[in-house]
Structure formats: structure tokens, C-alpha cells
Design a protein around this ligand. Structure first.
Ligand SMILES: [Zn+2]
Ligand SMILES: [Zn+2]
Length: 449
């Protein structure tokens, strides 16, 4: 199990932690079915990888998942928050454990050269690729669901399988919740999720507390007064107004956030204005991304953006107030410390502590933390990263630490992101199964002793 034991940079993060023989014994019983389900999972993976679907268009993927869940005896509901699928398997008294996998792909042209590479384009010619590994997540979710259904004597409780649409647009989790995910099926006791990472296949990374930053996508429209480019005194120039806004926004992180308490990013990624060199346009549009490690800081940053934009417009004598819209946002992905420790210990017990990579904060964002919003109180969530890089590619990548090697390997959203197929599916099913069993109650006590 310790494929990465000899790799450089892997520290023994939990030395001396004894494996949990009861959990490993139950895991072994459940995983006896893995070889039987793998051929179907491999076929599903090739199918999904070759036929990726953009956010909110996951009809085929959802149908494949739903069909498999039904065949394993799950009570299945389709069409939750778009193409979301929910599968429930009630198996005696015990906690409800929600397992979440996301299904959508990205508008990226695949350049892996794999025999099962995607050549899909949308009707308007946009290429589509599973460049974030959501096909791995979906297949491991279906695989784990099958393994748990075939070994019901090894655990007690309720398994709630959630195949989520539209993660890349940060809309699917909220859409499923608004469609009554918790109201209709009950609020789970814990929510578990995993994401691929350019670590070696068989390695896992967990981080207590904040594991991924929260984000907001903001659009700003600045209204000016157009004029001939040679008659600037007759204009209110939105280009100059926008330039002042861009410069002043740089002071939010540098002058308004405490360097000791808050990390944040404010990036202006889009600045559109004008079409001719000699025409002062009527308006300018800016689009920003905001990242923070704290939801209160995100609110502070958003308030500062609005204040600065309004003040610059007023300073320019704009004819109309500017418009500031938050197009999408997602909270900080915060791992419940006790739950995360339980999962990490379970993974270390199964995969060996040498397969555990010390957790680092990821600046990317996820809508997974939406599932922590219970109707009455927060739901504990745990989210970890699983390596998918073929060992040969990992060994050949330059660098002496995992971070250095990862920076030299294709990661999520790269057109050459190519998971080790069999290794990723095996390890991904194992990691989700181990985590689920660590939260469910044991089955018959005598058999698990
Ligand atoms: Zn992604
Ligand atoms: Zn992703």
C-alpha cells in the first residue's frame, strides 16, 4: 500500500499512530468486492473522460451514475438542482454519511494524447475536457457506493451519495441545497469529499481547518460620458476612472487587511472599455476575483471594493452611480478539525503514514463548503486531496519536495492533466470507502473484533 514510501519529501506526519485493526478489518471486507467492480468503473471512466459535459449539462454523466446506484439498491432521486443525483442506502441505526462527488468538465481543449482523450466540442465549437479530474471523483463515488452496498454486514447507518453538477461555476452545491437536499433527505451527520491533485498516485493530503480559500467573482460597471478623443473636457472618461479604481483596489490587501491575521487576493482579470483610439467610451467594465481565508474578511474586502468604486466614480463626477455585482461566491473550505483528524488517521492506518503529505493551504476554491450549511447548525465536513500522477511521471519530475515536483507537473485545469487511470480509481475508491467506514457504525461486533 505504500507506493510512495520511497519518494522524497514525504514526512511521517503521525509517527507512532497505531493503525486501527478493527477499521482495517472492516475495510478489507468491503474492498474484497473492488476487483469485481473495477472493470465497470474503468469502462465508466473511459466513457466519462471521452464524453465530458460542461457545468449544468451533465445529463449523460448523471444518468450513468443514477443507473448504477439503482442497480446496487439505492433509493435514487434524479434532477436535484439541475442534473444532481442523490442515492440513499439506509442500513440500520447509525449516522448519515454524505459522500459527494462532482461531475462537470471544463471548456479546455485536451492535449493529453490519451487513447480515450476527449474530442468533444459544444455546438458553438467550444472544446470540453475533464481537466479537473471530476470524472475520477464521479467514478470513485459510484465505486464506493457499490462497495458499501455489497457489504452491508460490515457497517450500519445511512449512506447518502451525492453526485453534484456545476462545481466549476460554483453553483451546483447551492442549487442542490435550494432544491431541498437536506429538507427532503435529512441533514447528514458528516459530509465527505475528495479532489484529485498532482501528487503521486497513492499519496493523500489533508489539512485541518481552512484547506481552500473562499472566493467571489465581482463585476463592476463604471458609467462615464463619451466624447471625441480630442475633446476630453467634454467627457467623463471611464478609462481613467477604471484605471484609478484598479490602482486603488491594490490598497485593500496592502493597507486594509491585517498582515498578521488575514491573507487575501484581489485580482482584476478583465478591464474592457472603448473600441477606437480617438473615442472616449461611455463605460468601462471590470471583473475581479477575490480570495480570502476567512469569510468575515471576504465580506470586508467586498465592502471595500464597493466603497472604492463608488468613491472613484463620484470623484470623476460620473453621470450615474457605478454598478457592483457579486456574480458568484463560495465560502472558505473549512475542515472540521476532529472529523478531519479521524479521516486522516483512518487513511494513515490503511495506506501507511508515509502516504500522507503534510497539508498546505490551497488558494483555489470549491463550492463543497456550501454543504456545511445545515438548516439549524453547521454540518461537519472533511475534504482531502488524492494523488493521481503516474509514479513514473512523478519520479521524473524535477524537484526535491512535493511542492517543487507538483509545480513541474500538470495540475487541475491543465490541458495535459492525465490521471493514472487504474491507480487513481483503485486508490480513490479505497480512500472514500475508508473515510465512510470511519464515520459509519461497525456492523456485527463479533465479526469486526
Ligand atoms: Zn476545477
Ligand atoms: Zn475540481
Amino acid at each position: 500500500m505504500n507506493d510512495v514510501e520511497s519518494q522524497p519529501g514525504f514526512q511521517q506526519e503521525h509517527p507512532g499512530k497505531p493503525p486501527r485493526p478493527d477499521l482495517n478489518a472492516r475495510t478489507r471486507r468491503v474492498l474484497t468486492h473492488l476487483d469485481a467492480v473495477l472493470p465497470d468503473l474503468d469502462a465508466l471512466y473511459r466513457d466519462l473522460h471521452q464524453h465530458p459535459e460542461l457545468s449544468a449539462q451533465e445529463a449523460h454523466t448523471a444518468a450513468e451514475v443514477a443507473r448504477r446506484l439503482e442497480a446496487e439498491g439505492y433509493e435514487v432521486t434524479r434532477g436535484m438542482g439541475g442534473h444532481g443525483v442523490v442515492g440513499l442506502l439506509c442500513n440500520g441505526d447509525g449516522p448519515t454519511v454524505m459522500l459527494r462527488g462532482d461531475m462537470d468538465a471544463l471548456p479546455i481543449e485536451e492535449k493529453t494524447g490519451l487513447p480515450y482523450a476527449s474530442h468533444v466540442t459544444t455546438p458553438d465549437g467550444e472544446p470540453v475536457m475533464h481537466a479537473c479530474g471530476h470524472d475520477v471523483h464521479t467514478v470513485c463515488l459510484a465505486g464506493t457506493a457499490a462497495l458499501l452496498a455489497r457489504s452491508r454486514d460490515a457497517w450500519r447507518g445511512t449512506v447518502m451519495v451525492v453526485a453534484q453538477p456545476a462545481e466549476e461555476t460554483l453553483q451546483g452545491a447551492q442549487a442542490m441545497l435550494e432544491d431541498g437536499l437536506y429538507a427532503r433527505f435529512g441533514t447528514p451527520d458528516v459530509v465527505l469529499g475528495q479532489h484529485t491533485a498532482p501528487l503521486p498516485v497513492g499519496a493523500f493530503m489533508h489539512r485541518e481547518g481552512v484547506t481552500m480559500m473562499g472566493s467571489a467573482h465581482v463585476r463592476v460597471r463604471l458609467f462615464g460620458k463619451g466624447a471625441h478623443g480630442a475633446l476630453p473636457h467634454l467627457s467623463v472618461d471611464p478609462v481613467v476612472m477604471g484605471a484609478s479604481v484598479v490602482m486603488r483596489l491594490q490598497t485593500i490587501v496592502s493597507r486594509e487587511l491585517s498582515p498578521l491575521e488575514a491573507a487575501g487576493v484581489v485580482t482584476v482579470g478583465i478591464f474592457h472599455a472603448g473600441a477606437r483610439a480617438n473615442v472616449i467610451p461611455e463605460e468601462a467594465v471590470l471583473e475581479l476575483t477575490v480570495r480570502t481565508v476567512d469569510d468575515a474578511v471576504r465580506a470586508q474586502v467586498l465592502a471595500a471594493i464597493e466603497r472604492i468604486v463608488k468613491a472613484e466614480a463620484e470623484a470623476s463626477d460620473a453621470p450615474r452611480p457605478p454598478r457592483v455585482e457579486v456574480l458568484s461566491s463560495t465560502p472558505v473550505n473549512h475542515n472540521d478539525p476532529a472529523l478531519l483528524r479521524r479521516i486522516r488517521d483512518a487513511h494513515a492506518g490503511w495506506f501507511g503514514s508515509s502516504a500522507m503529505v503534510p497539508g498546505v493551504l490551497v488558494t483555489a476554491s470549491e463550492d463543497f463548503p456550501r454543504f456545511a450549511q445545515g438548516p439549524e447548525q453547521p454540518v461537519p465536513t472533511a475534504y482531502w486531496f488524492m494523488g493521481i500522477t503516474p509514479l513514473k511521471a512523478w519520479n521524473e519530475a524535477p524537484g526535491n519536495t512535493p511542492e517543487e515536483k507538483m509545480s513541474n507537473l500538470p495540475g487541475p485545469h491543465s490541458p495535459t492533466y492525465a490521471p493514472d487511470r487504474e491507480g487513481s480509481l483503485r486508490k480513490g475508491c479505497e480512500s472514500l470507502t475508508v473515510a465512510a467506514l470511519a464515520c459509519l457504525h461497525p456492523g456485527g461486533a463479533s465479526r469486526d473484533a
